[in-house]
Design a protein around this ligand. Structure first.
Ligand code: HEC
Length: 169
């Protein structure tokens, strides 16, 4: 079946972005466009920590219900000890559904992937970090429309450790 025209052309434009000039553009241009950056291989990075928010207990934590893991790329791993994270550090907070069964609890579907990417000159207004949010298994749509200010307001509490809450111990 033919797709309606606007959807088709949008898809084509996305395809063009994928296969075409990204590699040729300078970093600055890519940044200016704030192209979505999904860290596809984060599950193979260093695991920093895991937390469980039990469903139905604390309404204030409803958005975080399930099992979450934090992963750090090699550059970010180096920053954990001092809290001084070099440009190029990427840290992921992955939230999965919790699937209880016969007294055990395992990971269910992916609910969300939150990403922080360090680039101190491009994102000086948010502590040098770019914030991104992806729902479920979607890797193409950054759900944030406020350039991360809402995220940063809370992450500012972790200023003493480079705006990163988790610890690698
Ligand atoms: C109300 C506070 C709050 C808000 C708002 C918030 N975070 Fe966090 N975030 C945390 C806490 C607390 C942790 C540590 C979780 C843990 O260690 O189990 C965390 C962890 C993270 C991590 C892993 C690195 C770290 O700091 O440990 C990333 C990446 C992250 N958040 C991204 C985001 C993004 C993207 C947004 C906005 C869409 C956001 N956060 C909004 C509190 C917040």
């Amino acid at each position: 079946m033919m797709l309606p025209l606007p959807v088709r052309s949008l898809r084509l434009r996305r395809l063009a972005c994928l296969f075409f000039p990204a590699a040729m553009l300078s970093l600055t241009t890519v940044r200016a466009a704030d192209s979505v950056q999904y860290p596809t291989d984060f599950r193979r990075w260093v695991h920093v920590t895991t937390g469980v928010v039990i469903p139905g207990v604390n309404p204030q934590l409803a958005t975080e219900e399930g099992i979450h893991h934090v992963f750090a790329n090699p550059k970010a791993v180096e920053g954990y000890a001092s809290g001084d994270f070099a440009d190029g550090s990427v840290i992921v907070y992955e939230l999965r559904e919790s699937a209880p069964k016969n007294g055990s609890m395992s990971e269910g579907n992916r609910r969300r992937v939150d990403v922080m990417i360090k680039d101190s000159s491009a994102y000086a207004g948010t502590g040098g970090w770019r914030f991104e949010r992806f729902w479920g298994d979607d890797q193409s749509q950054d759900a944030l429309h406020d350039t991360g200010t809402s995220c940063f307001q809370c992450h500012a509490k972790a200023k003493a450790h480079g705006f990163i809450f988790s610890q690698l111990k």
